[in-house]
Design a protein around this ligand. Structure first.
Ligand code: PLP
Length: 942
């Protein structure tokens, strides 16, 4: 059996070799992987039949299939616009960041000492966005423009104390996809919206907030000063959805008195990729900072008083605020924000402005020529988009397509043409020719930007946007930042609940192929035939793996999958005349996004207690059902449980909720212990989401991109999220039908190359490795929970609390000390405070598992020194960790332990040593003094 995978892709994806598997099984006392799984997994849920997936492909075979699908996409020059534009990703950024595992395999920077590089890159992004929009600060990315606009609306509804119960007024000149997503979000919460043409002034009634788009859907630049003033007068807040490139030349919303700006940063060097992933942004003034959703990078100091970056206000995260969280965003678009930030560093303000002027010049030239020929334009004041009346829209679009250009079908009588960074003079002439217009060569200097809207303020004045102009400098800057961080390219990242597994090169390479990357999300379907084929087969495979009827890949993170799934439940219940059911039951250990998503879906959260063994307290569930049964809409359970256990009574729990008339949501983010083992759609789930950026090989990107497909049983199929451009019956949760389609080839290739056997073996190996580590560590630390056969599932919780009680050494101390060993810490204090949750995944070989165990056991010895009174906590090697190079070579070394102990706690480190660039960071100070843009260079002196 074991040798069946030799020579396959699976044998390279899975870390432990056959003999290593045997060794680990011996340690645990099982004769085979199957025998171990029989002991661990309740038989009531075990899958009997193998997955029906196509036979596993080799790397070259998978590449050939992907090439064949890619070649079915038709790449035109994309002039559709509507929020998505062609752009040049500088090759230096592509090779050094986008295609570099040092960047794309990093984890979310919760452990800031090993994340200084990506935190700096994200801070560049924040500074750039804040400057361009004219606001005090921006967050480190949102999922997409449409959902960012929806979050802005909810923020206004929440933050506006004065007109608390007022309606939200949406200008009719907003992109339709943004309107669709905003309306879905507000409908779920009963927030009233009204769509109207705000150029005619504010409508009657109490208004909590208004939303306008700049430039508008039809490309028009409108001076919003007047409407913003009126809104303020009426006590309403203002959100402007703004195009960042346009903001280099037009007055930014922050200067016009708006409260919030949101938008997409895709056109800053990130490919179209059929709709995503792209980093959206949100920027606000100082007074809204504590309500700003998403992650925010801020500046604090380390133990030597040097500036150091960290995520600020982390306590706002969903895990703490739960159903009171301001947003359910967890995974965002970190990697894409890093890319856009580097694009800003590469071009600087002058370069960006030059691009904007060129793009604008193209649009002006075309508009003038069309006007001279008698064409009617929707607006004569615009940035990059010309909307023009034609006699036969279909014929014009077909003719342009023939010439190699996609135009936008704007209305039954108008087409839209949006230019971008890649547009050439020849392109403009060819497009003009489609309209029967001959362009002369004369360079035009005219502007179509209203005089009152010409930007006069400076932006991106920080040194970082001026100091790096040669490629040598840029390459070294990117490498320097990368080297400050620990990603999967250097070490195992044993993060429970996060599944940091291998992303194989053969999986990720295709995402930059132009036939995938160059497709606009709103092209005619026949131009995306390859994409649609890939997505259809992937959705089918995921349905087979989970045992559900249908899957939508639209949600662009796990949180969005949860939200979509809960909306599906609500839609179904409504249709059954059960719309009064508004309670969502959640175990106390649930992931924080569950509670936040339930709240956003308009559900009221009731918490189910956790029993002593970490499982759901079934008696308490019974009591809750007895009391609230008639109003229970759903239970959300994570399986395997957040405690990392295959709960025995899961089928029974599902049955009880069904008997009470509720639906069952199985959080499948951690499917790594289930693929090929058990199917949530078969053991009681009505709906689940998956995290392709955990179980299915999409890399974490330092905090995104992600894909959170929502999988549903037959009765919920009509309620899957709809296409935002076609219908709003079931609320879309993203701007495009397939969300972050651009990274789906990774998962496609992973499943295609692993096949049913490879995937099953991966799950088994993940469980084996977690149990091997649990066994090795259990002699030194208590393992908090175990299930059947004393086994855990794919992760185990190491309990530091007894040690903390006795010695004061905290889980944080252990996490920081692990950095001195070159490790990224396990998940800290989730789901139980004071613990570390370890998930090795199947990708780590035995030597790496042993290296981790050695580090943990060495640390236990260091703790014992405190227990024995040989070391003081405050001056211990644990509390003073991590140790920088600067600290250990300091000639004034005055610590009670040796330099060798600090830097080389185990001998292997003498050859391969990673030093954190900063010492332990002062978290509290960073939250007290919030500073969220690039610090001045002087801050780093001495
Ligand atoms: C990671 C995770 C989520 C949230 O997923 P995101 O992609 O970060 O939004 C939800 N539930 C569980 C159990 C998770 O582990």
């Amino acid at each position: 059996m074991a040798s069946a995978i030799t020579g396959t892709f699976a044998a390279r994806h899975i870390g432990p070799r056959t003999d290593e598997v045997t060794h680990m099984l011996d340690e645990l006392g099982y004769a085979s992987l199957e025998e171990m799984m029989v002991a661990a997994v309740p038989s009531s849920i075990r899958q009997r039949d193998p997955l029906r997936l196509p036979p596993a492909l080799s790397e070259p075979e998978a590449q050939a299939k992907l090439r064949a699908m890619a070649s079915k996409n038709v790449v035109k020059r994309q002039l559709i616009g509507q929020g998505f534009y062609d752009t040049h990703m500088p090759a230096a950024i592509r090779r050094n960041v986008f295609e570099n595992p040092g960047w794309y395999t990093a984890y979310t920077p919760y452990q800031p000492e090993i994340s200084q590089g990506r935190l700096e890159a994200l801070l560049n992004f924040q500074t750039m966005v804040a400057d361009l929009t004219g606001f005090d600060l921006a967050n480190a990315s949102m999922l997409d423009e449409a959902s960012a606009a929806a979050e802005a609306v909810l923020l206004m509804a929440r933050a506006n104390r004065k007109n608390r119960d007022g309606k939200i007024v949406l200008d009719s000149n907003i992109f339709p996809q943004n309107l669709a997503v905003i309306r879905g979000r507000t409908r779920a919460l009963g927030i009233e919206t009204e769509v109207t043409d705000l150029t005619g002034g504010l409508p009657e009634g109490t208004i909590a907030g208004i939303v306008v788009q700049q430039p508008g859907n039809d490309g028009a630049i409108v001076d919003h000063a007047e409407i913003i003033a009126q809104a303020k007068q009426a006590g309403a807040m203002v959100t402007v959805i703004a195009d960042l490139l346009a903001l280099t030349v037009i007055t930014p919303p922050g200067e016009q008195g708006a409260d919030i700006a949101v938008g997409n940063t895709q056109r800053f060097g990130v490919p179209l990729s059929f709709g995503g992933p792209h980093a959206a942004y949100m920027a606000v003034g100082d007074k809204l900072i504590r309500q700003l959703p998403g992650r925010i990078v801020g500046v604090s100091v380390d133990d030597a008083g040097r500036p150091a970056y960290r995520l600020t206000l982390q306590t706002r995260e969903q895990h703490i605020r739960r159903e009171k969280a301001t947003s359910n965003i967890c995974t965002a678009q970190a990697l894409l924000a890093v890319l856009a930030g580097f694009y800003g560093v590469y071009h600087g303000p002058d370069g960006l402005t030059a691009i904007a002027r060129r793009v604008h010049g193209h649009a002006v030239r075309l508009a003038q020529a069309l006007k001279a020929q008698g064409y009617a334009l929707a607006s004569t004041e615009f940035f990059d988009t010309v909307v023009v009346e034609v006699s036969d829209v279909s014929a014009t679009i077909a003719q342009a397509c023939e010439a190699g250009y996609n135009l936008r079908r704007f209305s039954d009588t108008q087409v839209g043409i949006s230019f971008d960074e890649t547009t050439t003079n020849a392109d403009v002439a060819e497009v003009a020719a489609v309209f029967g217009v001959v362009l002369d060569d004369a360079e035009d200097t005219a502007s179509a930007i209203p005089a009152t809207m010409v930007r006069t303020s400076e932006f991106m004045t920080h040194e970082i946007f001026h100091s790096i102009r040669s490629e040598t400098q840029l390459m070294r800057y990117m490498t320097r930042l990368q080297n400050r961080d620990l990603a999967l390219d250097r070490t195992m990242i044993p993060l429970g609940s996060c599944t940091m597994k291998l992303t194989a090169s053969a999986e990720i390479e295709p995402i930059t192929w132009p036939e995938f990357a160059g497709i606009h999300p709103y092209v005619p379907r026949d131009q995306a035939a390859g994409w649609l084929e890939l997505i259809e087969s992937l959705e089918g495979w995921l349905a087979e793996i989970t045992g559900y009827a249908a899957v939508s890949v639209q949600p662009n993170a796990g949180s969005q999958g949860e939200y979509a799934g809960l909306l599906a439940i609500r839609g179904y219940l409504d249709a059954q005349g059960e719309g009064h059911r508004n309670i969502c039951l959640l175990p106390s250990s649930a992931h924080g996004t569950n509670a936040a998503s339930a709240a956003l879906a308009g559900l009221q959260v009731k918490v189910i207690k956790t029993a002593d063994d970490g499982s759901i307290d079934v008696d308490h569930l019974d009591a809750l059902l007895a009391e609230h049964g008639a109003n229970v809409a759903a239970i959300m359970v994570t399986y395997p449980s957040t405690a990392g256990i295959y709960e025995d009574r899961i089928a029974e729990v599902c049955q009880k909720v069904h008997d009470a008339g509720g639906q069952v949501y199985v959080d499948g983010a951690n499917l790594n212990a289930l693929v090929g083992i058990a199917q949530p759609g078969k053991f009681g789930g009505d709906v689940s989401h998956l995290n392709l950026h955990k179980t299915f090989a999409i890399p974490h990107g330092g905090g995104g991109p992600g894909v959170g497909p929502v999988c549903v049983a037959e009765h919920l199929v009509p309620y899957l999220p709809s296409d935002p451009l076609r219908d709003e019956a079931a609320a879309p949760v993203a701007a495009t039908q397939y969300g972050s389609a651009g990274v789906l080839p990774i998962t496609w290739a992973y499943i295609a190359m692993m096949g049913a056997d490879g995937l099953t073996r991966a799950s088994q190996t993940a469980v084996l490795s977690a149990n091997y580590l649990a066994k090795k560590l259990s002699g030194h630390y208590p393992i908090l929970y175990t299930g059947n056969g004393g086994l855990v599932a794919h992760e185990c919780i190491v309990d530091i609390r007894p040690i903390a009680a006795e010695t004061g050494v905290s889980a944080e101390d252990v996490a920081k000390r692990l950095m001195d060993f070159g490790f990224h810490a396990p998940t800290m204090s989730f789901p139980v405070a004071g613990t570390l949750m370890v998930e090795p995944t199947e990708s780590e070989d035995l030597a790496e598992l042993d290296r981790f165990a050695e580090a943990m056991i060495t640390i236990r010895e260091e703790i014992a020194e405190i227990e024995r009174g040989e070391a003081e906590l405050e001056t211990s090697v644990l509390r003073r960790a991590p140790h920088t190079l600067a600290a250990v070579v300091d000639s004034n070394w005055d610590r009670p332990y040796s330099v060798e102990k600090a830097a080389f706690p185990v001998p292997s480190l003498k050859v391969d040593k990673y030093f954190t660039p900063v010492g332990r960071i002062d978290q509290a100070r960073g939250d007290r003094n919030i500073f969220c843009s690039c610090p001045p260079v002087e801050a780093f002196e001495n």
